[in-house]
Design a protein around this ligand. Structure first.
Ligand code: GLY
Length: 346
């Protein structure tokens, strides 16, 4: 087993790779443990939760609202959850977000941990301490920075995931390589078919490399004042696309990364060939590289992005594969660049 640590201002987090979900008991030594999970995870692994109280959430981004949090608080009260309790979110990014936020705000914060059961959650969403819910069309606008005590990544659970769900995780894997590590990017280019067939060593390597990149960046800038913004590569447009086209997060981020690469080429800071390599790699991992969108809707969604300051937005662009930089980009400039890219159907 390999472990990583984040020593944050809000607490310390241990990320344990290769641990089995069936060893969950080992981590639940508090007076009371409450599990928060979704119906799919409960269907596959519910038999392992019999010793604990279980709260079932909905599925999909639409359920990530304050309503579900209110419902969880009520169940916490009924179960007499207090600061001596432990809350464990077992699921993908949505379960992690909801669990982290509910636990961080109930009684001003109670301990929590995660078992990440999707590739996207293992390589990205479970780690970093950001959690929250959507509100009035603004994504993740209500939330906290608060580290989980632990994150367990069991590679075996990935075998039951649908291909589409896996591809979403691969999008974040590619993002990590693109912003931070050209060698990792080349590894993905050369080993994509082994990775796609979920060969154990290759999966171990990509989860490990991605977590290593993510923890290093989070450790350097937990509250996202600077360096951590690089992890938002592809996400400004991605969040807009996710909302208006109803695509899953990873698929939308893949399209956002293609736009951000094109934009970097357009600004003359990235070689065209590098942009092509990124597009090709996303395609190899079965991610769509084209989408039909209504540009007006997309611009409206982007304007709701919480990273926007007045007429400017912090936008992550590439200087080369493995090197990202944050630029203040005007909404007007973005508008023109999107014009060049989007096939407007509005
Ligand atoms: N929970 C995801 C992050 O902190 O980036």
């Amino acid at each position: 087993m390999k472990t990583f640590r984040i020593d944050g201002q809000t607490g310390n987090c241990e990320i344990i790779l290769g641990e089995s979900i069936s060893n969950l008991n080992k981590y639940c030594n508090r007076e009371k443990t409450v599990i928060i999970t979704d119906p799919n995870v409960n269907f596959h692994y519910g038999n392992l939760f019999s010793k604990f109280s279980v709260i079932i959430t909905g599925t999909g981004e639409e359920c990530k609202t304050l309503d579900i949090i209110k419902d969880i608080y009520k169940q916490f009260l009924e179960l007499q959850v207090d600061r001596l309790s432990l809350i464990v979110g077992i699921g993908g990014g949505i379960v992690c977000d909801i669990t982290g936020f509910a636990a961080s705000t109930y009684m001003r914060g109670i301990p929590f941990g995660f078992v990440a059961t999707t590739l996207l959650a293992q390589v990205d969403a479970s780690t970093g301490g950001k959690n929250g819910v959507n509100f009035e069309g603004y994504k993740n606008i209500i939330g906290t920075f608060n580290q989980p005590e632990f994150v367990i990544c069991d590679f075996n659970v990935l075998k039951t995931l649908p291909h589409k769900e896996l591809s979403c995780g691969f999008a974040e894997v590619i993002k990590h390589a693109v912003i931070k590590d050209e060698r990792y990017f080349r590894y993905l280019e050369e080993n994509y078919s082994e990775i796609l067939s979920l060969r154990k060593n290759e999966i171990k390597k990509i989860v490990q490399d991605s977590i290593s990149i993510k923890t290093e960046i989070v450790q350097s800038d937990e509250k996202e004042k600077g360096n951590r913004k690089k992890l938002n590569f592809g996400h400004t447009l991605g969040h807009g696309i996710e909302k208006i086209a109803g695509l899953p997060h990873g698929e939308a981020v893949a399209l956002g990364m293609i736009f951000a690469s094109n934009f970097s080429v357009l600004r003359g800071i990235l070689q065209k060939n590098d942009g092509e390599r990124i597009k090709k790699l996303l395609k190899k991992f079965n991610l769509s590289i084209e989408v039909k969108l209504n540009k007006k809707d997309l611009m409206n969604a982007i304007k709701k992005d919480k990273k926007r300051h007045s007429a400017f937005i912090d936008f992550v662009l590439l200087e080369k594969i493995g090197t990202a930089r944050i630029f203040k980009v005007s909404i007007d400039e973005l508008d023109v660049a999107i014009d060049e890219w989007v096939m407007d159907v509005g």
